[in-house]
Design a protein around this ligand. Structure first.
Ligand SMILES: C[S@@+](CC[C@H](N)C(=O)[O-])C[C@H]1O[C@@H](n2cnc3c(N)ncnc32)[C@H](O)[C@@H]1O
Length: 361
């Protein structure tokens, strides 16, 4: 066979056009598709370039899904134009009405993308997900959100709809690396700035209470970017704790971060009375219920508490300030507000804030 400009010979799999989507999915999931070359359509068939010959077992598996496929070697042309965005990749594949419903923004954690599929586009979810894989080469898995963050573990349920069958993301932040079980433990890249803002305030020798630790982003970023003595990372979700353990080892922080599985309210007043120089409380829904535990574990000579909350945008601080005052009074502590700021907008009416305050005897 004589090759034209840029053409290359590959093994290919051919199937009827009606089975093309199924075959495409199967190849992408096994990283077999040669993405940089165009597929080749004929009147009734479509030919996909693949990275290598299918093994006997792969061919047998594929036959169960696409009984009529065939394999041979062919010349393929290089892919001409790579869509630059999800919108560009879908402009000609969705009707105008469908296109207007498309949510083109999405979250990524490492090479896993998490997208929202409006109900009206559910039948097109595979098409949308494949367009995302095509327009963003760093994305290897696409999953869709099945609901909001929920339950006491604050997890966001998801389902894989295209790409590799992997839900453990590898995410890098501030010189640290995290393994995150997407859909099974909470993680938000949006709090990265906050983690570094606090890390910069930590003085050498501090002992830190990392409450609601999740897979460990706060204490691990602190360990990497400060001279803290130790952090006790307290977390209820057993899956999160398993990854917290792994992330501590991955970041070589096992001599400075000590994971504790359980309920902050039960563990902290008993085991950490008068203990911490600094406490971080990233549980924006309901951290008010843990203020007393935090103050009990504050070092008598002074402890800085970083308190997060979802509050009404119209009047963000008043209620929390009076709660801090009331709790301090009950425990005979003195408090002093050091800093307050909006962290991010959550919805039109609700924002996430952080209040840094000192508690001492
Ligand atoms: C909003 S997430 C924050 C996780 C992590 N700090 C991060 O920023 O990725 C809150 C975490 O608190 C945990 N949690 C909820 N209630 C808890 C409790 N009573 N004691 C300990 N952890 C709790 C949840 O399982 C969840 O992982």
């Amino acid at each position: 066979m004589k090759a034209g400009q840029g053409e290359c010979e590959f093994f290919s799999v051919k199937t009827e056009k009606k089975n093309a989507e199924k075959l495409h999915q199967w190849l992408v999931a096994r990283q077999l598709l040669e993405h940089n070359f165009e597929t080749m359509p004929s009147a009734d068939f479509i030919f996909f370039p693949i990275k290598r010959k299918l093994s006997e077992k792969e061919a047998k598996d594929l036959k169960k899904i696409v009984p009529s496929f065939a394999m041979n070697r062919l010349l393929f042309s290089p892919a001409t134009k790579q869509p630059k965005s999800l919108k560009e990749a879908l402009r000609e594949k969705l009707s105008q009405e469908e296109f207007s419903k498309l949510v083109s923004s999405f979250d990524t954690l490492g090479n896993i993308a998490i997208i929202e599929i409006p109900e009206e586009l559910e039948k097109k979810e595979k098409l949308i997900a494949n367009a995302l894989l095509q327009s963003n080469k760093s994305i290897k898995t696409v999953c869709k959100k099945l609901g909001a963050h929920q339950g006491k573990f604050r997890v966001e349920p998801v389902k894989i709809i295209a790409g590799e069958k992997n839900l453990v993301a590898t995410y890098r932040e501030s010189g640290c690396v995290f393994k995150i079980p997407v859909g099974k433990a909470f993680f938000s890249p949006r709090l990265g700035t906050e983690r570094m803002r606090i890390a910069r305030q930590i003085k050498p020798g501090e002992v830190i209470g990392a409450f609601f630790a999740g897979v460990g982003p706060f204490p691990i970023v602190f360990a990497k970017n400060s001279q803290m003595e130790a952090a006790f990372a307290i977390e209820l979700n057993p899956v999160a704790v398993k990854f917290l353990d792994e992330n501590i080892l991955l970041n070589k922080a096992e001599n400075r971060i000590f994971p504790v599985q359980g309920d902050v309210k039960k563990i902290v007043p008993k085991k950490f009375k008068d203990f911490f120089h600094r406490i971080v409380m990233p549980l924006p829904k309901g951290a008010e219920n843990f203020l007393e535990s935090a103050m009990i574990s504050a070092h008598p000579k002074g402890c800085v508490i970083h308190f997060y909350a979802f509050v009404p945008a119209a009047n963000p601080y008043e209620k929390i300030f009076s709660l801090i005052e009331k709790t301090a009074k009950k425990l005979c502590k003195k408090t002093r507000i050091l800093h307050k700021q909006k962290v991010r907008a959550f919805s039109k009416e609700t924002i996430q804030i952080v209040i840094d305050f000192e508690a001492r005897d």
